[in-house]
Design a protein around this ligand. Structure first.
Ligand SMILES: [Zn+2]
Length: 292
């Protein structure tokens, strides 16, 4: 019977080893990425003042179906270090009553073309060229065909955010598909306590949690201004442990970290694998003693 717990411990250790964790910058423990979809006015009026008061940055996935009067306000956000990102022009999704543009009428090609034109629109707003993307309604099909690989080949989108729920955060960074990054799709009336519970789970796991938020104190799929503030307060209190980059900053960091000789700790691991016995003597002396 003694062998069973030992085996369990061994298996747990192996499972833990198989998951590729990551070292976050500035000795932080976890990353939280705040993303806001659909260019909603409540984001500008409620979320942005709260974010700025907390000195936090975030990513806004804009559509072309935007109130033109708000464009200068989005532009200002771009200048202040927030990320403006691509969420298509028309937000095509599978047919539902409240969705005017149906993705069934698209092809992967026409979807990609639309994303490309939205990139041009965003360039006109903030003058930037590197873009991330969020799938409308978190669906990855156009005309019934999956377009993730077309988007990958397209090369004008660096990373793409998908959907998920409060159990969807990332801990295995080697297996993360940069074109299908999961997120916690925050639902109507999610409380501050529920948002904080998600952040805490990510913090404890040392992972990355991406939140997908819509309305804040207004618009639709709405959380209260209070709930949003409570989450930001928790993040601020835990600033020593939580890194809060934009989606693009987080993914750039992960991409770099996943390189074999990236800057975040893999150098040692890889060097040890390649060179299991480290010579303690300088190379010249080592050569002499071994006669090479
Ligand atoms: Zn959307």
């Amino acid at each position: 019977m003694k062998t069973i717990p030992t085996l369990l411990i061994l298996l747990t250790a192996l499972a833990g080893h198989a998951q590729e964790s990551i070292k976050w910058p500035q000795h932080k423990k976890a990353a939280i990425v705040l993303t806001y979809d659909d260019a909603l006015v409540s984001q500008l009026n409620v979320a942005v003042p709260q974010l700025e008061a907390a000195h936090l940055k975030a990513t806004f996935f804009l559509t072309g179906d935007i109130d033109p009067a708000t464009i200068p306000r989005w532009r200002k956000l771009g200048k202040r270090g927030f990320e403006l990102a691509n969420h298509t022009i028309f937000h095509p999704c599978l047919s539902t009553d409240d969705n005017p543009v149906h993705s069934e009428n698209y092809t992967p090609y026409s979807m990609i073309r639309e994303i490309e034109v939205m990139n041009h629109f965003l360039y006109a707003v903030d003058g930037k060229t590197n873009r991330t993307y969020a799938y409308p309604c978190t669906e990855t099909t156009a005309g019934g065909k999956d377009y993730v690989d077309s988007l990958r080949k397209f090369n004008q989108i660096k990373y793409a955010r998908g959907g998920g729920d409060a159990s969807d955060f990332i801990t295995d960074f080697k297996r993360l598909d940069p074109m299908l990054v999961p997120s916690f799709g925050v639902e109507d009336n999610t409380t501050g306590a529920q948002l904080i519970a998600f952040v805490k789970k990510v913090q404890q796991a040392g992972g990355m949690g991406v939140l997908m938020i819509h309305g804040i104190g207004g618009d639709y799929i709405t959380i209260s201004a209070k709930a949003h503030q409570e989450m930001l307060d928790y993040i601020s209190k835990n600033k020593n442990e939580l890194w809060v980059p934009t989606f693009q900053q987080a993914m750039d960091y992960i991409k770099q970290a996943n390189k074999p000789f990236g800057p975040v700790g893999r150098v040692t691991a890889k060097a040890e694998r390649l060179n299991p016995i480290k010579p303690k003597t300088p190379p010249a002396k080592a050569q002499k003693t071994t006669g090479v």
